[in-house]
Design a protein around this ligand. Sequence first.
Ligand SMILES: [Zn+2]
Length: 374
Amino acid sequence: MTQSFDLQRYIQQLETLVNVDCGTRTVQGVAKIADILTPMFEQIGFSVTRHHVSDEAGPCLEITNKPNAEFYDVMLSGHMDTVFPEGTVAKRPMSLDEQKIYGPGTSDMKSGILSAWYALQQLSDEERDRLAIVVALNCDEEIGSLYSRTWIEEMARKSRRVLVCEAARTSGNLIRSRKGNAKYELIFNGVASHAGSALEEGVSAIYELSHWALAIKNLVNLETGTTMNVGVIEGGLVVNVVPDFAKATVDLRFWSNEEAQIIDDTLRAMAKTPFEKGASVEVNRLTFKPSMQPTDATQVMMTIVSEEADKLDIQYGWEDAGGGSDGNFTANVGTPTLDGFGPMGSGFHSDKEFLLIDSIKPRIDLLANVLKRL
Ligand SMILES: [Zn+2]
């Protein structure tokens, strides 16, 4: 089933998807996106199952040509949510000029979902018969897939490989690896006392926090890429009281999951021996996303993608990205994963977000031709 590409139609479809407020917490908006996409995929012969993962989040869609398959040959991964609050669409709905399309979620990642929809239509009947394909669209990627992670991992375990349809870089680059990340909340407790009359009876939570901030700075290893940032601190109430409470929020990034574990062990060990006598420290890991690292099987996929990109005369490279995606989760369960199969874009999570119009068709063709090779 090949057909010529109608850019105007694509832009209309994109507009329908972008002009819905569908931030992760706007559950009805995410459901609306699922409502729009369901008949679209059904219309091209795919069956759509809606999964409920939480009352706090919208639905997830499992879209497949082989509803009874035990394994999928390939999983195309995407998310239906954005980072933008309700009211964003009213303020800045989709717009475009000669080169770019703007609007909330254009490249992150409504265009990637459309890429999947168009690429699937380029497969022949024989190819659709041969391949068991699942398009897995979740509802909460932008908050670290808090509710859908188990479902995503289940889909990935059932799949032989994963192609994530997040946007390609404006350089043309696709993504072969992504750093892992974690967020920690550190709670420091001390003993309050009057700074004038009973200073020595107090235990300062802020002094304890200060020791930790510098110790964390010393844990940073720029060579291996294990980095930490004490991003937010708070504590104390008034200037004449020794503070009995302080809190730090810390960001951790890493290429090596082992190094992340060592950091975690180190923080928990440090909490057992506070710097300030009488202080106590609580270490809470709020989020954790393992790193996405290429394996030998990933290299095989990279070769296929590179060959097909060369045939289409597409400019590209392989990027090691600092930020995470659901690809981190799918790679971590052992399924070879590559990312960046959407059209080229940038400015994600800001009002500068855009999509490069010239990249839409070539990137759909690339995805389709890669699928044909599997
Ligand atoms: Zn995204």
